[in-house]
Write a protein that binds this ligand. Structure first.
Ligand SMILES: CCCCCCCCCCCC/C=C/CC(=O)SCCNC(=O)CCNC(=O)[C@H](O)C(C)(C)COP(=O)(O)OP(=O)(O)OC[C@H]1O[C@@H](n2cnc3c(N)ncnc32)[C@H](O)[C@@H]1OP(=O)(O)O
Length: 281
């Protein structure tokens, strides 16, 4: 049964309503004519990825897959920030169990979005550093608005992006550009990102970006969905399998790394220098 039917749509809306305790952090709408879903991240103020938002994204992706979504547009409710990446305040002086769940859910989001059977586009209508860039990279196509930044700046904060994300970057912009970008932790302006292929198109407004996203999704209208998804799985499967094999070990390394006092000190400094909000003592 296709996701676009009114019955499935109602089921999905109820699911989202029931799932969220404080109102949905991801708003999902479906264009009944095209069958394309738009998932809008709406965790104020910068869609930083805490456990609750990551869990909701993960459940949304699961429902879209289950309901045979015809295409997904991922975007932000903010007109300044697509996503600021992992919630740095939650990584600071953390509860080890919570950050274990956080990293594991982040991995799930990558597996579900990078490996989705349906086509995906990120409408990057704001800044997209680190985990924000990760969400955009998981999609098949990126349309970005002008005057924002995007990139994997992990090296600047004192760590390396995980292997699956490095591979995702490499698959998108090629090995040489990926090496330059990742070792320097570069954040690219929209036009620079277009030049190196980190984004596919630039738009002047969100409306124009959505039109471009729909145009991309419509390219697959006449391609048998199973042929399309088998081909995507063949191209992306090795990345996902490698992560699945390594999942638990990576979570352990991540928890060790993040709870280490050296990392905590440099994270504290980064927050003090870069984020307006001051640490709660
Ligand atoms: C073998 C395998 C091993 C595997 C393990 C290896 C170890 C790996 C360790 C991995 C660690 C985790 C990896 C993480 C990847 C990440 O995603 S880290 C997050 C990186 N994010 C950033 O660097 C972004 C920082 N923010 C900004 O640059 C800017 O805020 C912005 C460009 C996004 C927006 O700028 P602007 O519009 O000027 O807004 P601001 O006033 O700066 O911010 C508004 C508001 O938001 C708060 N905020 C911003 N970013 C975050 C964030 N990431 N987390 C939480 N909160 C954030 C900011 O404090 C402001 O709050 P107030 O309004 O002042 O209250």
């Amino acid at each position: 049964m296709a996701f676009r039917t009114a019955r499935n749509l109602a089921y999905f809306s109820n699911y989202i309503r029931n799932y969220s305790t404080n109102g949905p952090l991801v708003n999902v709408t479906v264009n009944e004519k095209s069958g394309f879903a738009t998932a809008t991240l709406q965790r104020p103020s910068v869609n930083s990825l805490n456990l609750e938002l990551l869990t909701e994204i993960s459940h949304t992706l699961q429902q879209l897959e289950k309901n045979k979504c015809r295409g997904l547009i991922l975007t932000s409710a903010s007109n300044k920030v697509f996503s600021a990446g992992l919630d740095l305040f939650e990584l600071h002086k953390p509860n080890a169990d919570k950050i274990k769940q956080m990293w594991s859910t982040l991995q799930e989001v990558w597996i579900k979005l990078y490996g989705s059977s349906y086509p995906t586009v990120a409408v990057v209508n704001g800044h997209a550093p680190a985990g924000g860039c990760m969400l955009a990279l998981s999609c098949e196509y990126r349309v970005m608005l002008n005057n924002f930044i995007i990139g994997l700046n992990e090296a600047q904060i004192g760590f390396s992006a995980p292997m699956w994300l490095i591979d995702g970057m490499r698959n998108t912009i090629g090995s040489r550009q990926a090496e330059f970008a990742l070792t320097a932790g570069t954040l690219f302006k929209t036009e620079e990102a277009l030049k190196i292929g980190l984004v596919d198109e630039v738009a002047q407004s969100k409306e124009e970006a959505i039109e471009k996203a729909e145009k991309f999704l419509n390219k697959f209208a006449k391609i048998p969905p199973h042929a399309r998804s088998m081909t995507k799985a063949a191209l992306r499967g090795a990345n996902i399998q490698a992560l699945v094999r390594n999942k638990d070990e990576e979570v352990r390394s991540y928890v060790d790394f993040v709870t280490d006092s050296q990392f905590q000190d440099s994270l504290g400094e980064f927050i003090e220098l870069n984020l307006k909000q001051k640490l709660s003592k």
